[in-house]
Every structure is written in structure tokens, then in C-alpha cells.
Design a protein. Structure first.
Length: 107
């Protein structure tokens, strides 16, 4: 998790409330969202994924899936296989960029 200010948390909580109440879709181009660290943008994207699953019958929109790391798309596909377009389902989860895998003997 990146260093986070109270202002950032306020922005995330404000968007969380809007998405939870279905007040509209997440807008990644909104000035308050665009300045967030990728970590917080991914959190909001996951909330938008759930909003779409809970409030719509259609597949999750590509604009929401595109910015998510492949392992997250894979996890979404495992939980809601009929809601993610096949194009976005990786064959297997891979560690997110920057993650380091420990050798199996170190676990």
C-alpha cells in the first residue's frame, strides 16, 4: 500500500459510497480519481466491478477490466465466470508486476 494521505482516503471513501449506492459508474478520468496512486485506482476498479455485477446483467465492461492487473482479472473470472469476457481471462494467474515469488522451500 502506498503512503496515503487523509485526502486520498476521503476521495476513495467518497467514490466507494457512490459505487455502493449505485449513483453512477466510476470515472477514471475524473480529476480526483486520475491523481490517485494506481493501488487506489485498482481498489476503486474492483468496487466498480462489483457494482456492475450486482446492478447489471451484462458482462463487466472492458474499460473497467483493461486497467486491472491480469491476476485480478483471473480471480474475477474464477468467481464470476459468466461475467468477464473470455478475451480478458489469462490462462493462469501470474504475480503482479513488482511482486517477488519466494522459492517453494522458503515457505
Amino acid at each position: 500500500m502506498p503512503t496515503t494521505s487523509w485526502g486520498t482516503l476521503g476521495t476513495v471513501l467518497s467514490w466507494e459510497r457512490r459505487l455502493r449506492l449505485n449513483d453512477g459508474p466510476l470515472d477514471l478520468d475524473a480529476p480526483d480519481v486520475a491523481i490517485l496512486a494506481p493501488y487506489w485506482q485498482h481498489v476503486l476498479l474492483l468496487l466498480e466491478v462489483y457494482r456492475q455485477i450486482a446492478r447489471r446483467e451484462a458482462q463487466i465492461s472492458a474499460g473497467v477490466l483493461d486497467p486491472l492487473p491480469a491476476p485480478w482479472r483471473w480471480l474475477i473470472a474464477q468467481r464470476w465466470p459468466g461475467r468477464i469476457p473470455p478475451l480478458y481471462v489469462p490462462a493462469s494467474p501470474r504475480p503482479a508486476e513488482g511482486c517477488v515469488r519466494r522459492p517453494s522451500s522458503a515457505r
